[in-house]
Design a protein around this ligand. Structure first.
Ligand code: SF4
Length: 252
């Protein structure tokens, strides 16, 4: 079995905390090295704003992609996007996948290494776990639609920066407008915050039914977080059962 370095253990632990609590970090600090440790943790999670990064303010009414009449058309219009710095470092633009008329939309955070390589969201281990979760609540991957808040991979799987999310979000909103799902499930805190604009913890969001543009929306863990912390699988199972029930009620 390969040994996990201390550095990797710290990163995984901080990612788990961020998944639940968001930007607040709960850490025990040695007061003699307090400043250095805080900087290290923030850099590890990429919470520090980048200096001189240009802020893109979308003008929704002047963007060609707003005229797209189908997902295919939208994909062609935005696939070459370079509106934020992630356009330069991606291998593949990851638009989304699934049934264009899906009643169920799943939204994740951003492509990871494997997604970036294959150009499809939720492949690899997290994708397999997501497929298993879907099957457990009697959905097939092909009948739902799966997309991310960001279409391009943040380097080293760091968390998306607020300005990247603001820049990319109009594409997801257009996807939602075209798909017209009955229900949305946000996978992880980043997706939930990005879509619902709520400043609270995942723990407080789970189990609630929110609305995005009139579409019922629920929140659960990101499958990658479940791989890091299998103790959360039970909670996820409770969440997705409630989500299935909600769908059944709405679908009649
Ligand atoms: S992340 Fe979104 S906004 Fe940034 S380059 Fe990719 S598609 Fe464009």
């Amino acid at each position: 079995m390969s040994e996990i370095s201390l550095n990797d253990q710290i990163i995984e632990s901080l990612k788990d905390q961020k998944e639940i609590f968001g930007d607040e970090l709960f850490v025990t600090l040695d007061l003699n090295t307090r400043e250095e440790k805080i900087v290290y943790e923030k850099e590890t999670l990429n919470l520090l704003p980048k200096k001189n990064e240009e802020k893109y303010v979308p003008n929704l009414f002047q963007e060609d992609f707003q005229k797209a009449k189908s997902l295919n058309e939208l994909n062609k219009l935005i696939a070459g996007c370079q509106k934020c710095s992630l356009g330069a470092t991606r291998t593949n633009f990851v638009f989304g996948t699934g049934n264009p008329n899906a009643e169920v939309l799943l939204i994740g955070e951003a492509p990871g290494a494997e997604e970036d390589k294959q150009g499809e969201p939720f492949v690899g281990r997290a994708g397999k776990l997501l497929n298993d979760i879907l099957i457990a609540i009697k959905f097939q991957r092909e009948e739902v639609y799966i997309a991310n808040i960001l279409k391009c991979r943040p380097p080293n799987n760091r968390n998306p920066l607020p300005e990247e999310m603001t820049t990319c979000m109009p594409y997801l909103i257009k996807q939602i407008e075209l798909i017209k799902p009955k229900v949305i499930l946000c996978l992880g805190l980043v997706a939930a915050k990005g879509l619902l604009n709520l400043n609270t913890s995942l723990t407080k969001m789970r189990g609630n039914v929110y609305e995005f543009e009139g579409i019922k929306t629920m929140v659960t863990y990101h499958p990658a977080a479940l791989l890091r912390n299998p103790n959360w699988k039970k909670g996820c199972w409770e969440d997705v059962q409630k989500f299935r029930k909600l769908y059944d009620e709405l679908a009649g």
